[in-house]
Design a protein around this ligand. Structure first.
Ligand code: UTP
Length: 297
């Protein structure tokens, strides 16, 4: 069966961004002028995934409104003849078929994925996290879907990170497959201490999962931080002989922007704004001025 559904968990507490996330999901925080989650939705659609399921929490209104029509705003912009902004407003409601399921309590990413079981059914599906923005010039999902279709099982997106940062991520132990850029994942550990991490390969927020994950998640006790961890369930799928098992990793070497914590979020915003035609020049000059560099304003 092909992959055409994507699950986008957006029910976390976003505690690292309080108070901004008191009434707004962190996935709605703007990266330059577009909510992080819209970049993720556009990536899914570009990869041919046209059925999207958001797992939402207590503040789902902002998400639903963003991907719905806003007739009043559209009318005002049309009356003013502001076609460019009108197109921007219409775009987010025309992107894809979006469905919603509620995660009553934020019991962890694994639990959020489990909430999608009924909607997804017995077919492989993608999961995309709003914390990781993948540059559209370096798409990785199509490659992951291709690996799933050829090799079966589940597929992770792995990225080499500086060794001292591996304790911030899920970490994969891997062996070669003979195919460049594709490895077999033999073990997974969530946020290991640097000394005992099996590699410097971090699990990034893109997954293509076999539906066997649901049975395992339903039976996965809370792990690190008292949350039901997706990594713990995936770890069980790494073991040989587990039905629906087999986990591969696709190595990602492209441009990725982390929006998960405040510093990396600010870096992502600046990086992406510097690349914008309308903002890049003046922002660069201002930054150089702030840093006392020649040519700055
Ligand atoms: P994070 O752990 O980064 O999100 O989860 P968080 O818990 O909201 O962040 P902090 O640490 O409190 O700041 C990764 C992804 O999983 C979703 C989040 O919305 C995010 O997209 N998630 C996490 C859920 O949907 N439900 C949960 O119970 C936990």
């Amino acid at each position: 069966m092909g992959v055409d559904k994507a699950v986008i968990p957006a029910a976390g507490m976003g505690t690292r961004f309080l108070p901004a996330t008191k009434a707004t999901p962190k996935e709605m925080l703007p990266v330059v002028d577009t909510p992080a989650i819209q970049y993720v939705v556009e990536e899914a659609v570009a990869a041919g995934l046209d059925d999207l399921l958001f797992v939402t929490g207590r503040n789902k209104r902002a998400l639903e409104d963003h991907f719905d029509r806003n007739l009043e705003l559209e009318e005002v912009l049309a009356e003013k003849g502001d076609d460019a902004r009108l197109r921007l407003v219409e775009r987010s409601s025309d992107l894809a078929r979006i469905h919603y399921v509620r995660q009553g309590q934020p019991l962890g990413l694994g639990h959020a994925v489990l909430m999608s079981r009924h909607h997804v059914g017995p077919q492989p599906f993608a999961v995309l996290l709003g914390d990781d923005l993948i540059d559209p010039r370096d798409p990785i999902l199509p490659r992951m879907i291709d690996v799933r279709e050829r090799l079966g099982g589940s597929v992770l997106c792995l990225m080499e990170v500086p060794r001292e940062q591996i304790s911030l991520y899920g970490c994969a132990a891997v062996e070669a497959t003979g195919e460049p850029g594709v490895v077999r994942v033999t073990d997974l550990v969530e946020k290991p201490p640097v000394e005992s991490a099996p590699s410097s390969l971090a699990v990034i927020g893109r997954y293509v999962l076999d539906p066997a994950i649901f049975e395992i998640l339903a039976d996965t006790p809370p792990g690190r931080g008292g949350e039901i961890q997706l990594t713990d369930a995936l770890q069980r799928l790494c073991h040989p002989g587990v039905p629906g098992g087999g986990v591969h990793g696709v190595l990602f070497t492209g441009r990725r922007y982390d929006t998960g914590d405040r510093l990396s979020y600010l870096q992502a915003v600046i990086q992406l704004a510097l690349e914008r035609e309308d903002l890049g020049g003046p922002l660069r000059a201002w930054l150089m001025g702030r840093l006392g560099l020649p040519g700055g304003e």
